[in-house]
Design a binder for this molecule. Structure first.
Ligand code: 5GP
Ligand code: ZN
Length: 113
């Protein structure tokens, strides 16, 4: 793995976190502050700041990332769920290592996460 930003929380969790699923350059962890009965975060192992920089992934890697999101939802037992990516502070992003929220385990009617 190439050098990662030393001060990135999610790079640290990629290395040392409690992974609910890991494969193919991606990891999934439980969110520390769950907003639903199941709230999992999917992170690429390699550091990319934000979804805005999605072009840093080549087409194959981007496809595998999306497949990993869907596979993680299956692994944690979800059939219906919501996938959210917060982009930038104005979009609610607080950790600047790209991640996908998977929320489920209840009927999700609330639109303002
Ligand atoms: P964002 O607000 O950037 O879209 O999402 C960051 C998420 O990371 C939040 O839902 C927050 O609860 C979660 N989070 C922050 N610190 C930690 C941590 O140390 N461990 C885990 N597992 N999740 C964290
Ligand atoms: Zn990082």
């Amino acid at each position: 793995m190439p050098p990662q930003p030393d001060d990135c929380l999610f790079c640290m969790l990629v290395r040392d976190g409690d992974h609910v699923h890991r494969a193919d350059g991606f990891v999934a962890i439980n969110d520390i502050n769950p907003l639903a009965p199941v709230h999992v975060l999917v992170l690429p192992e390699r550091h990319v700041d934000t979804f805005r920089d999605v072009s840093e992934f080549d087409a194959d890697e981007a496809k595998r990332m999306l497949e990993f999101v869907a596979e993680t939802a299956r692994v944690v037992g979800l059939e219906d769920y919501r996938v959210v990516v917060n982009v930038g502070p104005g979009g609610g992003q607080t950790v600047f290592h790209l991640h996908w929220h998977i929320l489920g385990g209840q009927t999700l009617t609330e639109r303002n996460l």
